[in-house]
Design a protein around this ligand. Structure first.
Ligand SMILES: [Zn+2]
Length: 216
């Protein structure tokens, strides 16, 4: 391993949350501290979609698979960071074609979102057309540097197309400091059972061989 990049969002009070809704803010409740005990303990009140997280099909599909069913083999694997920082609104086939996705690829979409620290309603997203293109290409996963992979599309077709194709979705990545290219992805969601998402620590490992060899 040449270098480890942490591309996760810090979880803290005042962090960016979906649509800036106050009820989506994490709460860190100190249940004991040194004023009355000889320990400090904190209780977390977190939305499962807080910060950097992985969505499970159950998020959008009634009766769909839950987060604990995603195998670690799907989350620890080679990936490619694609430069889409020139895109102003949404990512479709036209924007993705240059990357020439292949079956099994895991793509991380680096957009202008990574250069904005708060939640912005007009964040760059993967549109339905782009999701269809990735499904057709047979990619195994896609990650984006926004708290959601889509916005303003009635019925959430991007999520549904990706889930239908078995594509893993990572949201809330921070890619400002990441050069486009090949890495080893390490995405480790909390082992929460039966629910629709889980916060994750997501790392990129740059490996001497992959970075030079697989960059076309
Ligand atoms: Zn989500």
């Amino acid at each position: 391993v040449r270098k480890i990049y942490d591309i996760s969002m810090p979880i803290q009070i005042g962090m960016p949350v979906w649509k800036n809704k106050p009820e989506k803010q994490p709460a860190l409740e100190i249940t004991r501290d040194f004023s009355t005990h000889n320990v400090r303990e904190t209780r977390l009140h977190l939305d499962a979609h807080t910060g950097t997280h992985i969505d499970a099909p159950l998020h959008m599909i009634e009766g769909g698979r839950s987060i604990d069913t995603i195998a670690m083999e799907q989350l620890i694997r080679p990936c490619r960071v694609i430069d889409l920082t020139h895109v102003s609104n949404s990512i479709g086939t036209k924007e993705l074609e240059a990357a020439q996705p292949e079956p099994g690829d895991f793509l991380l979409l680096k957009t202008r979102n990574s250069f904005c620290d708060g939640y912005t309603p007009d964040f760059v997203f993967l549109n339905e057309d782009g999701a269809g293109f990735l499904a057709q290409a047979g990619v195994s996963g896609v990650g984006i540097d926004a708290l959601g992979i889509e916005r303003d599309q009635p019925g959430h077709p991007t999520h549904k197309k990706l889930f239908a194709a078995g594509i893993v979705i990572i949201e809330g990545l921070r890619l400002k400091d990441i050069e486009p290219g090949s890495y080893l992805l390490v995405a480790a969601p909390l082992k929460l059972v039966g629910i629709d998402a889980a916060p994750a620590r997501v790392l990129l490992l740059s490996l001497k061989s992959t970075v030079t060899a697989s960059q076309s």
